[in-house]
Ligand binder design. Sequence first.
Ligand SMILES: *Cc1c(COP(=O)(O)O)cnc(C)c1O
Length: 468
Amino acid sequence: MHPALAADLDRFDELLDAARTRAVAALRGLAERPVAAPAPHARGPYEPLPERGAGGAAALARFGERWEPGLSGSAGPRYLGFVTGGATPAAVAGDWLVGAYDQNVVAAGDSAASELERETVGWLRELFGLGAAHEGAFVSGATMSNVAGLAVAREWLGERLGVSVADAGAGALGEVAVLSGAAHSSVPKALSLLGLGRGALRAVPLLPGREAVDVAALSGVLAELEGRPAIVVANCGTVNTVDFDDLPALAALRERYPFWLHVDAAFGAFAALSPEHAHLVAGLDEADSVCVDLHKWLNVPYDAAVQFTRRRDLQVRVFRNAAAYLGAPAGDDPDFVHLTPENSRRLRALPAWLTLAAYGREGHREVVERNAALARRFGEGVESAAGSGLRLLAPVRLNVVCFTLAESPTAERVAAVAEAAAAGGEVVVTPTVYGGTHGLRAAFSNWRTGPGDVDRAVEALMAAARGV
Ligand SMILES: *Cc1c(COP(=O)(O)O)cnc(C)c1O
């Protein structure tokens, strides 16, 4: 063994203690850490590859000097950009153990890891109100969850047309229609990856003043397909205004038209945890495939999401990876290697298992309800503060506030507000365009955020608005 490795093997405990000390300091200071940090070595100069390593302790110290100061407080309570979760204490502990045990959840047989993932998928299915017909697996994020769901949808189109896409390729399908109201940008990306093409996505009109699809318009588009099977992507929680498609109405259209119903519920699925908001995802179980992110509102570290589908048989056709040394997909209970894009996989389920075991449905419901209440408070702050210089662009439906400058909200002025608020270290929000108006989004999905954070964020944004 190389002497540097042998020395670290002897001092493994000390190295982990040093990492722990560093992590504890970072987590204790998270609430006051600047929400955005400028990269200290943007575009170099990068250091050359070390010929002789420094050993674990010195390397850790070097990381502390060179990179650690540039890491942002994005896991903290006032990072309201995108839809960004933090990581609960149990989830962080779980993530550390993923590395320590370093299991490969490729196939069952020599470890309980696959069973742990199956148990966790079952808990998540229950959390979101899905029935036992939905089987699932962990993937790296909602983008890959959409890829997996749409890959199964693609195979279903083949089944309807009497071809195996997995064998013959997507070209065998001819022209494919993927219909959606306000699809997330990861959907066209997934269609590009799957060989269906970004051009397959057709935007269906939305209800007036909403981001939810107009079901009558969708019905009309489906009728024009004259019986040709299609894919419908329903959106449960749009990123601008957290609008929800009417799932029961969409599902009912399947009595008249053949289509696969994929639901992108990346963060909207968590509405199911809150009795006040659960009606927004009523009918989710009717979907043929469902995408839910976990590194957003479950507050587990990156990178984790889950995909569900009712047609595991088609999923295996797409992702099967049979080889003598891996075995063939076995009957009802195929190994994960036959279910997802990856071959080797980390034990992503462990942080989710631990946070659900630690806080239960009740603890995670509290996070969802608190985040929704904080979004409402933020919205009221923007609306009610006299001369706030800001105004709402849409009603606050769940956990995202879409707002803009009261006066002349040009792209430049709106971006300047976001930049000034982030540069002060106080709050990160993301620019967007909603209904043709440039605006900003503040998304609440972090378990740490409290009313004081909301008030600080609103004040920082008001001050920034006065300065542009
Ligand atoms: C965030 C998000 C995605 C993509 O998620 P990643 O985890 O970043 O891949 C897809 N759909 C919706 C609705 C989202 O909010």
